[in-house]
Design a binder for this molecule. Structure first.
Ligand SMILES: Nc1ncnc2c1ncn2[C@@H]1O[C@H](COP(=O)(O)OP(=O)(O)OP(=O)(O)O)[C@@H](O)[C@H]1O
Ligand SMILES: [Mg+2]
Length: 313
């Protein structure tokens, strides 16, 4: 039976396999080093091995983004790469005549989407889908995109406008630590695993400036409040309160120093996500005043079941 293998037709199964092996050898030993292939559509033959070898070669060279046609493949570097996310680099992608000609980056996706909104006479909503397994970097990537838009979609003319836009952008970015405190937890795969899905809508005006955002959350893993797998933890907010509450707050919330709770396993692991101050600060910027915050934390601490209510705030 005739078979089509990556564009090559082969007479028989054995013949096809031999020719594929030959192509594979030729590709892997080819002149172009694998890490220089910045688009997986250039990989030939397209097999699991060639694609993974190409991504592996790029990863070894600290190249974490690769195009696959109009899709971007992002690998988690598992280490901070600050120079890859600077505001200067955001502006470079934003100002580039053809951002797709620059190195593959999440900013190319952000910029192209932004230009799509801009170039259409009747604005049409654009969507970016961020998907991957737990720990792949979805939350990180969405944060990156929000930061990118906070930088590029903010160029108002008047001083008053500038203040308003700054406030809106800051509030949009501040929604992340709050959502993550109440909806993320440490799991075996990810110290900051999102235990809910979210649909983030960024709203632009006709001048393509950011004017607001709406976040819809769904499928919160409510059962985690009462039951966690061994070596995993409850939602970050509980640990933040236990570790970060002041003396007065402890008295008010009946929370003795160093108390152990069976529904708060593994409190000894100190994560950067345990910082109560970051959550409080972000809530304040979102317009949740200290007294409302106190009521929320009191409810959370005294009745873990109320967590779900607080997530809706
Ligand atoms: N581009 C990146 N640069 C540096 N570190 C990263 C990057 N992407 C991810 N990480 C690291 O990997 C961790 C896990 O990423 P993230 O929380 O985004 O995964 P996720 O896909 O949202 O997982 P989950 O489905 O469990 O929520 C982050 O806390 C961060 O430390
Ligand atoms: Mg996540």
């Amino acid at each position: 039976m005739l078979q089509q293998v990556n564009g090559h037709s082969s007479g028989s199964g054995a013949q096809g396999r031999a020719s594929l092996k030959g192509d594979l050898r030729e590709f892997l030993g080819g002149e172009v080093p694998l890490h220089q292939l910045d688009d997986l559509t250039k990989v030939n033959p397209v097999t699991l091995e060639t694609v993974l070898r190409c991504l592996q070669a790029r990863y070894a060279e600290d190249i974490f983004y690769t195009n696959a046609g109009c899709t971007l493949v992002a690998l988690n570097p598992f280490k901070p790469i600050p120079q890859l996310y600077t505001p200067e680099l955001m502006r470079e992608y934003h100002a580039a005549p053809q951002p797709q000609k620059l190195k593959p980056h999440i900013f190319t996706v952000g910029e192209q989407t932004y230009r799509n909104v801009k170039s259409l006479i009747e604005p049409i909503n654009q969507s970016i889908v961020v998907s991957g397994e737990s720990g792949a970097g979805k939350t990180w990537t969405s944060r990156c995109l929000m930061k990118f838009y906070a930088v590029v979609a903010a160029s108002p003319t008047s001083c008053e406008n500038h203040k308003i836009t700054e406030r809106i952008e800051q509030r949009i970015l501040n929604s992340n630590p709050v959502m993550e405190a109440f909806g993320n937890a440490c799991t075996l795969r990810n110290n900051n695993s999102s235990r809910f899905g979210k649909f983030i809508q960024l709203q632009l005006n006709r001048a393509q400036q950011m004017t607001g955002a709406a976040v819809q959350t769904y499928l919160l893993e409510k059962t985690r409040v009462a039951c966690q797998a061994s070596s995993e933890r409850n939602f970050h907010i509980f640990y933040q309160i236990c570790k970060g509450a002041t003396r007065d707050e402890r008295l008010q919330w009946h929370l003795p120093e160093g108390a152990a709770f069976s529904w708060l396993p593994n409190p000894e692991s100190n994560l950067e996500e345990d910082c109560f101050e970051v959550t409080r600060e972000a809530m304040l910027h979102l317009g949740i005043d200290t007294s409302t915050q106190n009521n929320i934390f009191k409810t959370v601490e005294q009745s873990p079941g109320a967590l779900v209510l607080c997530v809706m705030v």
